[in-house]
Design a protein around this ligand. Sequence first.
Ligand SMILES: [Zn+2]
Length: 194
Amino acid sequence: MLAAAAATTAFRGGASPHCPALVLNADHRPLSYYPLSLWSWQDTIKAVFLERVTILEEYDRVVRSARFEMRLPSVVSLKTYIRPARRPAFTRFNVFLRDEFECQYCGDPKDLTFDHIIPRSRGGRTTWENIVTACSPCNLTKGGRMPNQAKMHPRIKPHQPTVIELREHGRKFPPNYLHESWADYLYWDSELEP
Ligand SMILES: [Zn+2]
């Protein structure tokens, strides 16, 4: 009943605010960094009433209904630990993230696409080991040639990254929106580095 009440709660005098909650695992680490694990305030309040999460931090914004009043959670943690995936998904975004959004031939961060190191026309496959981030000009220059023919070799030997590696790379590219209450949970350990 409370959950239903929460779902129909409206803000007095205005549109719904953009107040997403950062969602942490039971060990207080973010469920994911890229994309950052965020829930809408509506989903967050439902989870609070279903007793699936613990509220760690709050916004100043208050949500009210006839039955209750509460400050919107800005950081919540799951009560049940979810085991993180061991291997990152082989996605376009994760390839860019592994290569830190730089062309692996010239270092250009703009106009990025993908290059098959061993061209597909020569049997090269679409795998972590054979795909690198490349800018369009380098991709065109290399064309269908082998690395030795083109004298173009990736800066870093491409490999399947670990979740930890992608997380470290991801910290260098923070999302556009970060609420101040999230900082401790996202970056505190990186700030301890000398
Ligand atoms: Zn390039």
